[in-house]
Design a protein. Sequence first.
Length: 214
Amino acid sequence: MSHNDDSYTHGTGRNDQDLYRFDIQNGAVVRVQEWDEGRWKSERMDADEVYTLEGTDVIKTEIETYGREVTRYVDPEGDGLYAKFSEQWLPATNATGGMTPVTTQTLYSRGGDTDDHLAVRPGQDPALGGQGSDTFVVREWGHVVIGDFHHHQQDRLVFDMGQGVQSLEDLVQRLTDLRWQGDDLVLEMGDQASVMLLGVRTNGIAVEDMDFLS
């Protein structure tokens, strides 16, 4: 499947809340802007971030001591407005593991009609999987929302947070609150992290739907 077909299948998750603009000069990204709170705001380009071009796509590689985070941005309408399409974690060869994420496959920003692996990120719109058996991967310590988890579709919730959460027991020890909020299930881990699963009182969720990787 070509990349263009792939972006159509998975969708871009593009909306007014997660748009980006890139100023490109002589084949290099020189400025990044994000649409935030109703206006364009310049994003800092740190020394550990490398931007490259692949066709019309922009690839950001963020270099850390424990590996690389590769994010792809696409412009499906050709109007200069980009959205996050996917991300991939590539650990360093000398990474010790145990306290870092371990999932290396590509995670998409939004699902489609197939079985998708989805990145669940703090501060973004609810993660949506669409049809198929989807895997929602929580990889950052923060407040995240999952919009369409369905037990009967064999969806999975994966904790790969690089925080030493390797089992249900580890998760339970970190929980400070577990409650129903209407039809939504909320798991709180102090003031700094939470997972909200929308509508799962109806859609269903079970302990066996969860995996713990790091």
